[in-house]
Design a protein around this ligand. Structure first.
Ligand code: HEC
Length: 114
């Protein structure tokens, strides 16, 4: 199951916009694997950045998560549940999945061999 999901979801670079409030606007925007679930717990405990390198079929990927606080009062217009959030408390997370080899090749191409 996990392998099938990873194969699909790691087909290309990815940034996800996930809920950390427990009440997502879209039920699809929730943590759906071990990294995402653990990352959201850590962000809620106050960590500013969570990352991990994983390997899928021999290819390394950086997975990283950063918190999203209620950045503007107007967020509450659509997300009523955010009204209860304390200042700087994460109500969401951005989760990045970046193929490391690809990034290295691209950097080498842009910067020249080093
Ligand atoms: C005009 C209405 C509106 C406003 C204003 C708004 N959002 Fe959203 N937000 C949505 C909708 C609708 C979704 C679900 C999008 C989808 O279908 O994936 C969403 C999704 C999200 C998600 C992903 C988790 C979830 O609930 O589905 C986060 C996190 C989020 N919004 C944060 C914010 C923040 C922070 C602000 C203020 C800076 C904000 N939103 C302002 C309508 C809004």
């Amino acid at each position: 199951m996990r392998v099938a999901r990873i194969r699909r979801s790691f087909a290309r670079d990815r940034v996800e916009f996930l809920d950390a409030s427990g009440e997502p606007s879209n039920d699809e925007n929730v943590a759906s694997d071990e990294f995402e679930k653990a990352a959201i717990e850590k962000l809620l405990r106050g960590e500013a950045f969570v990352d991990e390198v994983i390997t899928v079929k021999g290819n390394p990927y950086l997975r990283a998560a950063t918190p999203i606080p209620v950045a503007h009062k107007k967020c509450v217009l659509c997300h009523e549940n955010y009204a209860a959030a304390k200042e700087f408390q994460p109500i969401g997370a951005l989760v990045y999945t970046v193929p490391i080899e690809w990034s290295h090749r691209r950097v080498t191409r842009l910067a020249g061999p080093h």
